[in-house]
Structures are given as C-alpha cells and as structure tokens.
Design a protein around this ligand. Structure first.
Ligand code: NAD
Length: 256
C-alpha cells in the first residue's frame, strides 16, 4: 500500500517508533530511522521486511540537527511523505523538585521537535498534495497524572499542534493526527516499573500489575505492533478525511 512512499520516524531505534517503522516498512514504505543506541539491529529488522532503510542520528532537541536530518531524508529518497513525530523522554518528580534541565529537555524533545520536523516536511508534502503527519502523543495529551508536569504539558501541546497542523492543511491531501497510547511496555515505561518495584520492595511482575491497575482497566499493555497498525490505517485511503484527531489506544484509561 505504501510502495514508493518514504516515512521518517523520529526516535525509532526502540519501542513504539521502531514498531511503527516496521509496520510502515511492511506496507512497502522506505524508512528513515532516527534515535540513539543500537542502530544496526533496527536497520536489519527493516531490511528483513524488504524495505529500503536509512538512518540519521539527529538529536531531536537541536533544531539545526533536525534540519540536517530532513535534508538527508530528501537527498536519500526524494522527499518525506509520512512524518511520524515519536521521539520522547520522561522524567517523574513533583514540580518543586523537577530539575529545570529535564523540563527543558522534555519540552524540546517531546514537543518542539515535532514543530521543527513538521515545518520542514510540509512544503514538499503540499507540493505533492499528499502527506501524513502522525504525532505520537499519549493519554497524557488528554488527561494528567501527578509528577509528570513536563511530559503532560508537552503532550497536551502536541495534541494542540496536531489540531493546528490539520486545520492549516485541511483543504490539501496532507493530514495530521495524533496517537495517544496508554501504557506500552518499552524501555521508557520499564524504568517506571523498576522504580515502583524498588520503592515498594515488590517484584517486577507485581509492579507491572500495580501500574496497569492504577490507570488501565483492560490490565493489558498496548503493543508497538497495535500502534503501528493504527499508523498504517492513518496512511491508508480510509484515512483521507481523518484530520486533527487524538486517538487513544489505552485499554479504557481515558474512558473512566
Ligand atoms: P523508548 O525509550 O523505547 O524510545 C524512545 C526513542 O526516542 C528511542 O529511539 C530513543 O533513542 C529516542 N530518543 C530519545 N531522545 C532522543 C533525542 N534527543 N533525539 C533523538 N531521539 C531520541 O520509548 P517509547 O515508549 O517507545 O516512546 C516513544 C514515544 O511514545 C514517546 O514520545 C513517548 O512519550 C510516547 N508514549 C509512550 C508510552 C509508553 O507507555 N511507553 C505511552 C504513551 C506515549
């Protein structure tokens, strides 16, 4: 379905971003990966799906590096048709204890990076009259939790950016939507599981159950594969008139 299209997924060396990149690759899209840590494993997983893959290591907190990454993607594959703004980090602390540098980093990586990548991707998408911008927000773009001030602020902002991007391009073939996962068992959440297990002196499994029990009625983690399938749906012809939604996939978290 996506043969000949190019998808750039930020923060795609791990977790949800990698799951979305793999789902788009399985539909035939060329993939530009981004993120830190192991690169060869994620690249090989895309190649194994028969898709072309390139990698750029831009630090998404740095606008100049985002510009270089977008230019690199255009040089490699012609243009970016599908932009998935996914890179994100977390830090958990009460506001009065929240490290200022963590606040700045979360706002830069989880929110401002999406603005920069979007502004740089839009001209070519509009010229082609086709594009998909998918912002990986969170249930925390819709509701709050204590001790996550920067994350909740950034994700609510990202949902706002999603709506503005959708409206500004509403009469074009470029759509913009957000995906709002609940708990997904990636390294970002495993850190929170580990912290809970250590704080309460309980096992990893018990800490996972507690985490789910506090928020997610289904008592199940959403998977990167399920999120990848939603991203593919947004890119399908059926997604042509889905514009500005913040679609939660959260086991009932926000329904409560
Ligand atoms: P993860 O830690 O597995 O992956 C994060 C990715 O972002 C990695 O590839 C990492 O290298 C990359 N990254 C981090 N800082 C970066 C930077 N400065 N520049 C470039 N890349 C950077 O986490 P994940 O759980 O897969 O999270 C992906 C997105 O999904 C994030 O935006 C997160 O907020 C969102 N999300 C996660 C959950 C969850 O439960 N895991 C729930 C809702 C939303």
């Amino acid at each position: 379905m996506l043969k000949g299209k190019t998808a750039l997924v930020t923060g795609s060396t791990s977790g949800i971003g990698l799951g979305i990149a793999q789902a788009l690759a399985a539909q035939g899209a060329n993939i530009v990966l981004n993120g830190f840590g192991d690169v060869e494993g994620p690249k090989a997983s895309i190649t194994a799906l028969g898709a072309k893959v390139a990698y750029h290591g831009a630090d998404m907190s740095r606008p100049a590096e985002i510009e270089a990454m977008m230019a690199f993607a255009a040089a490699e594959f012609g243009r970016v048709d599908i932009l998935v703004n996914n890179a994100g980090i977390q830090h958990v602390a009460r506001i009065e204890n929240f490290p200022v540098e963590k606040w700045d980093a979360i706002l830069a990586i989880n929110l401002s990076s999406a603005f920069h990548a979007t502004r740089l991707a839009l001209p070519a998408m509009l010229a082609a009259d086709w594009g998909r911008i998918i912002n990986v927000a969170s249930v925390h773009g819709l509701v709050a939790s204590a001790e996550k001030s920067a994350y909740v602020t950034a994700k609510h902002g990202l949902v706002g950016l999603t709506k503005v991007t959708a409206l500004e391009n509403a009469v074009s073939g470029v759509t913009c939507n957000a995906i709002c996962p609940g708990w997904v068992l990636t390294p970002l959440v495993q850190k929170q599981v580990d912290a809970k297990a250590a704080a309460l002196g309980i096992s990893n499994e018990a800490a996972k159950k507690q985490l789910l029990g506090e928020k997610e009625p289904s008592m199940q983690f959403t998977t990167p594969e399920e999120l990848g399938a939603l991203a593919v749906f947004f890119c399908s012809p059926a997604g042509n008139n889905i514009r500005g939604v913040a679609w939660n996939m959260d086991g009932g978290w926000v329904a409560q």
